[in-house]
Each structure stands twice: as structure tokens, then as C-alpha cells.
Design a protein around this ligand. Structure first.
Ligand code: 3HC
Length: 310
């Protein structure tokens, strides 16, 4: 370690936040740009599966709630793009990387939303997994990321609660509605479990991210926390988690669970999920359709700069 790197690590170990203008190892900056920009992409692409049901919501109330949630996700994306920009990357570069397939977003958003119950399963499970992952990020070492997360987590709680409420309503409804909720749980359980990333043995960034306190817990620790939280909730709903090996282990004080299909995980990340092409195509179309707004804002900014310079 160089003297600056040693001093930097001491600062991290002392729990002192790193701010944009502080010295930081280039690798710290790079891995934060990678993680924060992909987090932002996930928020933006994550709007698409739910957006599909805004016009199909069963009541005006459910429509208003879903609309509010999807709008929140857009705001989360903007906060996170803003946090990434403090590290010196331009927003249009991040967008370009996403649209060119060079940057990732969470694999969970490459699955289709087939019924209204999927809105419940996504809020309950996907936002539930996101909260487990994002609460520690409120205490991560990079100031702008940690502060952005505090606001985002407050809204995520509403997201998860409205999802659970949908599942609760369906499981107390007709047998068909309960079956619809079980079908959604069957399809969303494993993609939500994979949200916490590869196993600790497989994770290529975790060791360094833990040392730099970008991560405060490992992928497997957060995954276990998620499973321990959701298993009793599924029981309360009268739903069965699609994992025959899921069982409370009193010795461990955790739920044991079955093997994760890592081939599926890597396959979806490689672009072969059910909706990968559709998601990117939709984002490209939205980006092209919004070009006139960006051009207008840039022209206005240029004119204003000339006026102010005069
Ligand atoms: N989907 C897609 N790619 C994934 C992934 C997933 N579920 N899990 C891991 N990966 C990728 C990583 O990005 C990395 O690839 P890269 O080097 O090209 O970036 C590779 O797999 C190896 O994984 P690592 O565990 O080594 O990578 P990380 O240390 O970055 O850990 C992570 C992965 C836990 C997702 C971490 O990046 C993280 O905590 N990110 C912030 C939270 C986030 O992005 N959540 C995504 C969902 S956001 C959301 O759900 C919004 C809510 O409103 C619904």
C-alpha cells in the first residue's frame, strides 16, 4: 500500500465518509462508478415490468399506488445517477453504456409480469430484497451514495408494504386469486433470491468492497437475512415458497434453503433472460423519443451561458 492508500484505509476504518473532492484510490472510484451506475440502471429498467400493469390495475386506488411507486423508482435512478456523477462520470456516458449492453442492471428485471399478483410479488420480494441490500448502503463509506440511500430506503418501505398488501388481499380472496398469488411467488422467488449477487465464493468484488466499506455485509449474509425475513411472511400469507429444502434450522438460527440455479443467473446476466431484449429495446426507444428534450435543455443552457457571459 502507498502512504496515501494506507491513510485512506485508516479513514475508512475510522468510519469517516469519503467526499467527492477527497483523495481516493482510482480503483475505489471505478468500483463505485460501476456499482452506483448499475444500481441507477436497475431503478430505471425496474420501472418497466411494473409499468406494464399501470393501465391494468384492478381499482383506481391500486392504480394510483402503483403509479406513485413507479414514479419513485425514476427518482431513485436520478439520485443515483447524480451520486455517480460526483465521481467524474458523465450521465450520457452511463446511459450510453446501458444502451450498448456494456453496463448491467439487476437480472430480476428480465422476467415478465404476467398477472396482477406479480405487482404484489415484486413489491413484497424484489423491493424487500432491495431494502435488505440498501439499508447497509445508507452507512457505506462514500458520502453521496450513503446520503442518497437514506431517502431511497424511506420510499422502498412504502413499496414493499404495498406489495405485501396486494398479496394479503389476494390470499384472502377467491381460490383463483390465492392461486394467482402462489403462481407469482413461484415465479419471482428465485430471481429475488439472486438479487444479492453470486455466492461469496464467486463474488469478484466483495472482498475489496467490504474492506472499503462500500459493502457492510457479504452477498450471502444479505441473502440469508432476506430469506429469514420472507419465509415467516409467506407462511402468514398461507403461501408456499417454491423451495422444498427451505426449513428453519434452530442450530443455525436461520432458514436452510435449496441450491440456487447459478446457470440461470449467469444466463440472464449474459442477456438470455425472457425479457432482456425487450427491456433494452424499450429503453432505447424512450431515449430516442426524449432526444428533443435533451437538445432543448442544452440549447437553453448554451443561450443562458452566453447571456450571463455578456
Ligand atoms: N443482476 C445483475 N448483475 C449482477 C447481479 C444481479 N442480481 N448480482 C451481481 N451482479 C454482477 C455484478 O454487477 C458484477 O458484475 P460487474 O463486475 O460487471 O459489475 C458481478 O455480477 C459479480 O458480482 P459481485 O458480487 O462481485 O458484484 P458486487 O460486489 O457489485 O455485488 C450487488 C453485487 C450486491 C448487486 C452490488 O453491486 C450492490 O449492492 N449494488 C447496489 C444495489 C443494487 O444494485 N441493487 C439492484 C436492484 S435495485 C432495485 O431493486 C430497485 C428497487 O427499487 C426495486
Amino acid at each position: 500500500m502507498t502512504p496515501e492508500e494506507r491513510e485512506f484505509q485508516q479513514k475508512i476504518d475510522a468510519g469517516i465518509k469519503v467526499e467527492p473532492k477527497d483523495w481516493m484510490p482510482e480503483a475505489y472510484r471505478k468500483t463505485l462508478i460501476r456499482q452506483i451506475s448499475q444500481h441507477a440502471h436497475s431503478e430505471i429498467v425496474g420501472q418497466l415490468p411494473e409499468g406494464n400493469w399501470i393501465t391494468r390495475a384492478p381499482t383506481l386506488k391500486r392504480k394510483a399506488i402503483l403509479l406513485a411507486k413507479v414514479q419513485d423508482e425514476a427518482g431513485h435512478g436520478l439520485y443515483l445517477y447524480g451520486a455517480a456523477e460526483t465521481l467524474g462520470i458523465r450521465r450520457d456516458q452511463m446511459i450510453e453504456d446501458l444502451l450498448a449492453g456494456k453496463a448491467k442492471y439487476s437480472s430480476v428485471f428480465n422476467y415478465p409480469t404476467l398477472t396482477w399478483a406479480d405487482m404484489g410479488a415484486i413489491g413484497w420480494l424484489v423491493d424487500g430484497a432491495a431494502i435488505i441490500n440498501q439499508i447497509p448502503l445508507c452507512r457505506c463509506s462514500y458520502g453521496p451514495y450513503a446520503r442518497g440511500m437514506i431517502r431511497i430506503c424511506k420510499e422502498e418501505n412504502f413499496h414493499q408494504r404495498q406489495g405485501f398488501d396486494i398479496m394479503f388481499t389476494l390470499t384472502r380472496g377467491t381460490p383463483e386469486q390465492k392461486a394467482m398469488a402462489q403462481d407469482a411467488l413461484n415465479r419471482w422467488w428465485w430471481p429475488a433470491v439472486m438479487m444479492h449477487g453470486p455466492s461469496d465464493a464467486e463474488s469478484k468484488h466483495s472482498a475489496q468492497s467490504l474492506q472499503w466499506k462500500i459493502k457492510l455485509f457479504s452477498n450471502d449474509e444479505l441473502r440469508q437475512k432476506f430469506i429469514d425475513q420472507i419465509a415467516p411472511q409467506a407462511e402468514y400469507l398461507g403461501l408456499t415458497i417454491p423451495d422444498p429444502e427451505l426449513k428453519w434450522n434452530p442450530e443455525r438460527g436461520h432458514y436452510d434453503f435449496g441450491a440456487i440455479d447459478w446457470d440461470e443467473f449467469h444466463n440472464v446476466i449474459r442477456g438470455n433472460g425472457p425479457c432482456n431484449r425487450d427491456r433494452l429495446r424499450t429503453r432505447k426507444e424512450a431515449h430516442e423519443a426524449g432526444a428533443w428534450v435533451r437538445e432543448g435543455a442544452a440549447a437553453y443552457a448554451r443561450k443562458r451561458a452566453i447571456r450571463e457571459a455578456a
